[in-house]
Ligand binder design. Structure first.
Ligand SMILES: Cc1cc2nc3c(=O)[nH]c(=O)nc-3n(C[C@H](O)[C@H](O)[C@H](O)COP(=O)(O)OP(=O)(O)OC[C@H]3O[C@@H](n4cnc5c(N)ncnc54)[C@H](O)[C@@H]3O)c2cc1C
Length: 317
């Protein structure tokens, strides 16, 4: 079976759903393919406190269900198919999903990015209950508390600096004896009185207690690579900052990407190097990676796609 749509939006997170709302309201009858994680990364978290419009915290899965309902209400079609191949050299573009093949004149790529996790025992059970991969998202919950950051690159140091203004103390856990960040960041970190670095240490497990019906982080089990024996480091929050992987494998050798695999767009816009292909959200954003910035660029992508379709294919409008 081959399905055709004027515009396909690949990804059902904040970027894709916002693009769908704008494209539907522009009369483009978009088809959104939501993949294996409809709603995107926010469906894996608990409280979201920084998405504008809500006076009190909302649950991530609830917020995404609202966005999806809004997109459907204004006329977007949402399918849960996952795309495993794409050909941007033909027109209309061709996508191959697990359930069907697709053709579209314009494509918005909003496939997001995944945080890299440590993969140690306890980490996934305590994710959202003390373990996080985003200081900007969750740091506020640890005001005046004790937190640790795992990693030693730019991201880890930036996360530690951000947290040092909120938390009482920050421990950076790094498996080497030097940081791999820009020097200015390392200097700033060294100047913060409430930050210390555990050099040559790794996290072997994350330990929690039951607090009513919810788990709560108690400590990171850390091991000094030189000394050997693990010990518990008591912490209220643990931030894993060992990098992100954008979901761009489908477009390798078809669209320009940076060294880390993020899609490159025209500066300040969402247009990629292929006319008619737009990128929005975390898949093209190694810097901010927030739901609201993803939604903002989803809006931009839909508006740009609409203008491109009107100019390039006016007969079909
Ligand atoms: C635990 C956690 C907590 C967070 N908390 C906050 C917070 O409090 N506030 C905040 O602003 N941000 C938070 N973030 C960050 C925020 O979730 C992301 O910035 C945002 O979700 C990015 O949106 P996106 O639409 O670009 O991508 P994503 O949300 O990653 O969505 C990607 C979508 O693409 C789909 N997809 C991927 N590959 C394919 C494919 N081949 N075919 C079809 N579909 C595909 C996926 O199924 C998914 O629907 C958090 C992130 C995490 C992981």
């Amino acid at each position: 079976m081959e399905r055709r749509a004027r515009i396909i939006i690949l990804g059902g997170g904040p970027a894709g759903l916002t693009a769908a709302i704008y494209a539907a309201r522009a009369g483009l009858r978009p088809l959104l393919l939501a993949g294996l994680q409809p709603g995107g990364q926010l469906t894996t978290t608990t409280e979201v406190e920084n998405f504008p419009g809500f006076a009190s915290p909302v649950q991530g899965p609830w917020l995404m269900a609202q966005m999806q309902a809004q997109a459907e209400l204004v006329g977007a079609e949402i399918a849960c198919d996952s795309v495993h191949a794409a050909d941007l050299s033909v027109r209309p573009f061709r996508l191959e999903g697990d359930a069907a093949a697709y053709r579209c004149e314009a494509l918005v790529i909003a496939t997001g990015a995944k945080a890299r996790w440590l993969g140690v025992p306890g980490e996934s059970a305590l994710s959202g209950y003390g373990v996080s991969a985003c200081a900007t998202c969750d740091g506020f919950f640890y005001r005046g508390k004790s937190v640790a950051v795992v990693g030693g690159g730019n991201t880890a140091v930036e996360e530690a600096l951000y947290l040092s203004s909120l938390a009482a103390e920050v421990t950076l856990i790094h498996r080497r004896d030097t940081l791999r960040c820009e020097r200015i960041l390392g200097d700033r970190l060294a100047a913060r009185p409430n930050v210390r670095v555990l050099w040559n240490h790794v996290v072997e497990a994350v330990v929690g207690d039951a607090q009513g019906e919810r788990p709560a982080l108690r400590a990171a089990l850390v091991r000094d690579l030189a000394a050997g024996t693990p010990r518990e480091l008591p912490v209220d929050g643990l931030f894993v900052a060992i990098g992100h992987a954008p979901e761009t494998g489908l477009f390798r050798n078809q669209l320009p990407m940076d060294d880390a695999g993020y899609l490159l767009t025209v500066p300040g816009r969402t247009a990629t190097a292929v006319p008619g292909v737009f990128a929005a959200g975390d898949v093209q954003d190694p810097v901010f990676r927030q739901a609201v910035t993803a939604a903002g660029s989803g809006c931009m992508a839909a508006l740009e796609a609409e203008r491109w379709l009107a100019a390039a294919l006016p007969a079909a409008a």
